[in-house]
Design a protein around this ligand. Structure first.
Ligand code: 4AD
Ligand code: MG
Length: 502
């Protein structure tokens, strides 16, 4: 049969016509003479209806009980159906089986994350994951568009780097024809050289950090975009970062509102992401951690989370009774699945509750001169309704290249941008030390091998100018905009300590 082949996202153009869709069985159910297949074709989902009649004789029996993820081709007439997922339906007139899937491991009932991570190559077919990776692709598109539209020149920096760009504790060493070399932690130093040639430049690629802890914010391989601007000061860098984050947020809201809602993201919170963001210094951040506001926030968490656990205790008991009771099988299954979800939430809350006293202690006992920890960042960002710039950190907690503040040499002209709702740092940046003597002194102070940085120091010998830039982590941004609890779902194949498969 000759028909038009199309995809689910284009069905609107074919109402009343016969088309062929190819895809995978996401879900199916049948009752007697009628079968419903939710077809997933990579562009969307569509309900397809098969009726047992004469022309369906050759395929109805097989299609009716097709296992999840079997691949098929379905030909039929398109109709508008407001109640169906995607808004259209296909009344099937012909069906071809391409491959029958056997025991697809990810069923519609809940699975643990560890299991899903091992099945990552299949997991990203699932609806939530599908939304997240599409939003990621949009964010990356917007990143490129933002800098290209503003005249920044794309400079591809190397992934094999002979020296540390950030802290030397997180270097991945690899063998380079018998010599040790490192996987790039940043493209920044190379980009500084390029901005002296092109004025405004950016690089965008994967970066590597040997993070030896498992947290919800750290990957060992992540993507970072880094702009670098000659003749810039800290204020200009902060303005660019602000405009940049607003433009990514606006684009995601424009293109993915429905997906964000499905992911459970609070849209109002994203709509509030407008310039000007808050700006505080590191010293003010320290005061905030010591304040009654911070204490009240955590006290309140403790009360709310404990109450929720009590509520969950009761709910789990109830659901387990239904699951074990004498009701219909589907009711029992549904209750059992819901109980799994509730138990997961409870485990997570219990862990958070045990951590609260420690987070309180850390905040109350925070000492000027130490770095802000993950829980400190969370407190600061939760106390603000928009993203917040923290500037002027003590120089000992920041990288050697940051420009020392000439008025207060204890601090550097650097900043972090903390995303709102407690997500923490998504951007780190600074003005760079442009003075030859000061830079060399800092390299020595950090006990870095000066000979590895000779080329970098050249930039301070030949027409040195004030300059700077910042880096935005793509996965942290996806995590924040999608409202995810953990960074591992923001990248197709996450790499973390203890996680390098598939
Ligand atoms: O603050 P960082 O370390 O800054 C730099 O690398 C600078 N060279 C950037 C620059 O000035 N050109 O990292 C920048 C951002 C962080 O704010 C965070 O979003 C992300 O990169 N990031 C990570 N994301 C995931 N996993 C990790 N282990 C990350 N480390 C940093
Ligand atoms: Mg940082």
């Amino acid at each position: 049969m000759e028909t038009t082949r199309t995809t689910i996202e284009r069905l609107g153009d074919y109402v009343g016509q016969t088309v062929t869709l190819s895809g995978w069985v996401y879900n199916s159910r049948a009752s007697g003479k009628i079968a419903f297949i939710i077809l997933r074709d990579g562009t969307g989902n569509c309900q397809c209806i098969l009726e047992k009649n004469e022309q369906a004789e050759s395929y109805f029996a097989e299609m009716k009980k097709l296992p999840q993820e079997s691949s098929v081709e379905l030909t039929g007439v398109v109709s508008k159906e407001a109640r169906a997922t995607g808004g259209f339906e296909l009344k099937v007139e012909h069906a071809t089986l391409l491959q029958k899937a056997q025991d697809y491991p990810i069923t519609p009932k809940p699975h643990g994350v560890d299991f899903l991570m091992k099945k990552r190559h299949l997991w990203f077919r699932s609806q939530r994951q599908w939304h997240i990776l599409r939003i990621r692709a949009t964010i990356i598109d917007e990143i490129r568009r933002f800098y290209n539209d503003r005249g920044y020149v794309l400079i591809d920096t190397p992934l094999f780097a002979p020296a540390a760009g950030e802290g030397s504790q997180t270097l991945f060493k690899v063998d380079y024809f018998g010599d040790p070399i490192y996987l790039a932690q940043t493209g920044q130093l190379y980009l500084e050289a390029a901005c002296m040639a092109h004025r405004k430049v950016y690089c965008f690629g994967p970066t590597f950090r040997a993070e030896k802890s498992k947290t919800r914010r750290h990957l060992t391989e992540f993507w970072m975009v880094e702009p670098e601007i000659a003749f810039s000061d800290l204020d200009e860098l902060i303005s660019v970062a602000e405009e940049f984050v607003c433009s990514i947020t606006q684009r995601v809201l424009k293109d993915h509102r429905a997906e964000l809602i499905e992911l459970g993201r609070n849209i109002e919170e994203l709509e509030a992401v407008k310039a000007p963001f808050h700006r505080i210094t590191y010293s003010e951040a320290a005061d905030l951690l010591h304040s009654d506001k911070a204490k009240a926030l955590l006290d309140n968490d403790l009360v709310e989370k404990t109450a929720r656990v009590t509520e969950l205790d009761a709910k789990i008991e109830e659901l387990e009774a239904v699951a074990k009771g004498g009701g219909k099988q589907w009711q029992k299954d549904k209750a059992a699945a819901e109980a799994i979800g509730c138990r997961e939430e409870r485990t997570e809350l219990r862990e958070q509750i045990t951590n609260i006293p420690r987070h309180m202690e850390l905040a109350a006992g925070f000492e000027w001169g130490s770095d802000l920890g993950g829980s400190d960042e969370t407190i600061i960002s939760r106390l603000h309704d928009r993203p917040i710039f923290v500037t002027h950190y003590p120089k000992q907690v920041k990288a050697f290249y940051m420009r020392v503040d000439r008025d207060d040499p204890r601090v550097v002209q650097g900043f972090d941008l903390l995303a709102s709702q407690g997500f923490g740092e998504i951007i780190g940046g600074s003005s760079r030390e442009e003075d030859y003597d000061r830079l060399v002194a800092r390299i020595k102070e950090e006990k870095l091998p000066l000979e590895d940085y000779e080329w970098y120091v050249d930039l301070r010998r030949y027409g040195s100018v004030p300059h700077g830039g910042f880096g935005l982590g793509v996965e942290r941004t996806v995590s924040w905009l999608c409202g995810l609890k953990h960074i591992r779902e923001t990248i197709p194949y996450p790499r973390m300590m203890g996680q390098c498969y598939p």
